[in-house]
Design a protein around this ligand. Structure first.
Ligand SMILES: O=C(O)CCC(=O)C(=O)O
Ligand SMILES: [Fe+2]
Length: 275
């Protein structure tokens, strides 16, 4: 097993097959996951049963409340864009499930059908971005908590409900909010992480919306700088495993007229403690 850093965020793991990991490889992989928060794999043979088996070896699966699942495997969410659809899933920066009290540990995404070009996924690392924050911003966010929601996306009149993705979504009655510390201590790496994201964070607890917006925008501009980000070019057989506690991702929507289908399994996490 070889691990090399990938762009400015994440690592490419080679010389291993996720479907036949030894216990030793699994423990090395856990170490790499804690260190990088984002692992890329190429040339994997990972049919749905093996996708689920790998996920279960790593942790407990949690099912997304809104995406359709595959017919056969209710624990695999379909990230699907048909040729005729304009809108894609996850097309803006976000982290998965931060609106839950116990946000997902991570997501394992497997490429099933890819466009001939485009459809990269971009990532950014929130532990590195936190460390690089200017001191005045670190001071301003110390001790704050933020509200994370999905109502503005998946609720009645939510953003996604207004798009041509609507018929693919369920769970309108399952919307809800959670609050988390703005700077968390990562449960495995022990690092401080900036835990807000453009998709789900709506405001700081006890602040008004406009005031929150201003500071959130300042933090978001910092995190999106190229020195913290990578862009992954999917190939048949590619797999990505990201840590939702310390990364953001977004799926590029630059392949109109072509289909793209990914399978996602999400791992359950725990409540997040302030750093
Ligand atoms: O399709 C992608 O590349 C990522 C979509 C997404 O946000 C997700 O699967 O969580
Ligand atoms: Fe996502």
């Amino acid at each position: 097993m070889q691990i090399s850093s990938f762009g400015n965020c994440g690592a490419l793991v080679s010389d291993l097959q996720l479907a036949s990991l030894s216990d030793k490889e699994l423990s090395e992989l856990r170490g790499a996951f804690a260190e990088y928060g984002l692992l890329f794999f190429r040339d994997q043979v990972l049919p749905p049963e093996e996708h689920l088996r790998f996920a279960r070896r790593f942790g407990k699966i949690v099912v997304n409340k809104f995406f359709k699942t595959t017919e056969e495997y209710p624990e695999i969410a379909e990230v699907r864009k048909e040729k005729t659809q304009q809108t894609n899933i996850g097309g803006g920066w976000h982290t998965d499930h931060s609106y839950d009290d116990e946000p997902a540990l991570g997501s394992i995404l497997v490429a099933r059908t890819l466009p001939t070009s485009g459809g990269n996924t971009q990532f950014t690392n929130l532990a590195v971005a936190y460390d690089a924050l200017p001191d005045h911003l670190k001071k301003r966010i110390e001790g704050l908590r933020a509200v994370h929601s999905n109502t503005h996306l998946y609720g009645e009149n939510g953003l996604y409900r207004m798009t041509d993705l609507a018929e693919q979504l369920g769970g309108m009655d399952r919307v809800g909010d959670a609050t988390h510390p703005v700077v968390i201590r990562h449960p495995e790496s022990g690092r401080k992480v900036l835990y807000v994201n453009p998709g789900h964070t709506i405001q700081f607890e006890g602040w008004d919306f406009a005031e929150s917006r201003e500071l959130l925008d300042e933090l978001y501009a910092h995190v999106q700088q190229p020195q913290f980000t990578s862009s992954f070019d999917w190939q048949p057989g590619s797999v990505t495993f990201w840590d939702n506690r310390c990364t953001w991702h977004m799926a590029n929507n630059d392949y109109q007229g072509q289909m793209r289908l990914m399978h996602r399994v999400t791992l359950a996490g725990s409540s997040l403690a302030a750093a």
